[in-house]
Design a protein around this ligand. Sequence first.
Ligand SMILES: [Zn+2]
Length: 348
Amino acid sequence: MPASMGFDDVLGHDRAKARLRAALEGGRLPHAWLFAGPEGVGKERLARRFAAALLCEASPREAPCRSCRGCERALRGVHPDFLVLLPEAERVARGLASRAEFERTPSRELKIAEVRQLERWLRLGPVEGRAKVALVLPADRLNQSAQNALLKTLEEPPPAATLLLVTSAAEALLPTVRSRCVRLPFAPLPPEVVAEHARSHHGCAPEAAAVLARLSGGSLGRVQTLDPETVETRRQLIERLRALRPGDGLGATRLVAVLAEEREEAIERLRLLRTWYRDVLAASVGASNALLIHADLAEAAREDAARLGGETILRRLAAIESAVEAIEANVTPRLAVEGMLASFGGGP
Ligand SMILES: [Zn+2]
C-alpha cells in the first residue's frame, strides 16, 4: 500500500484501524459506530478518514485512497454525502461559524431540532450513490431529548446511512444509544508516540518531550496545547512546594502568589500539584519510575514519600481537590490556595 493511503496518517490505534478495515473489506458495514476514548488521541481524525473510505471511489481494499474526488471532498468536509454535526459553540470555536450569526449565546449542546434535521438529511439518500455518512461530534453533547430522537434513526437506519458518534465521555450517552452502536474503543497513545509528536511539534529536547508526553496523559491534542516551558515551571513549582516547612510564612506567601493567578491558571497549577502527590503516593508503595508522571523527579518523589507518609499524602491530595472545587465554585483562587496550604501545615 503506498504511503499516502489508508489510515496510516493517524498515529497508533492499530486494533481500531484493523476493525474498520475488516468492516470495509468484508462489506458488512454496521450502521452506527461509537468512537470512544480519551480526548485528543485521534478519534475524530480516524472517523473522518473512515468517512472518506466509505465515500472513496477506489476499491474497499485501497480506501481511503485520499486522492479520488470522493476522498478529497470528504477530507475537506465538503462532500454532499458527508455531514458533520457540531454544537453551535464548537462551530464558532473552530471558525466554521461567526458569533454574530447567533442571536443567543451559541449552544454547547446538540438539540432535538438538529437531530431531526440530520435524520431528514440521511433519509434523502446518497447524492452520489455510495453512502451517506454523518459524524456527530462530540456525541456526548447530545442532550437527553436529542439522544431519544436519535434512537429512532439508530433503530431503523436508512439503507445507505452510516453514523459515526465520537465521544470522550461515552457514559454520558443513554445505554440504549450506546447499545445500538458498534463500539470502537480508543486507548491513550503510548508515551513514546506522544513524546515523538511533542518533540517534532514543539521542537524541544527529548527529555522535555518525554515530560510533556506524560503530563498529557497520552493525548496528542493536549500535548500540543501544553507550553514546553511547563517542564521548567513545573520543576520550580514542585521545588518550592517541597521546600515549604510549617511556620514558613514567607515561603507560603510566595507560593500563594505563584499558585493563585487567574482562575484557569490556578486550576491548571493545582492539577499539576495533584499529579505530583499522585507520584509521591505511587512512590510510597514502591512504584517504578516508569509509572511516575514526573519520572525525572523520581528521587524527590521517593524522599517526599518517606518524609510525609501515606496519610499525609492522601490528606494533601484531598486538600488540592477541595481547592480546585472551591475555585470552580467561584471562591477566589487566593483564598482557596491559602486554605489548602494551611491544611498542608499539618504535615511534618
Ligand atoms: Zn478515494
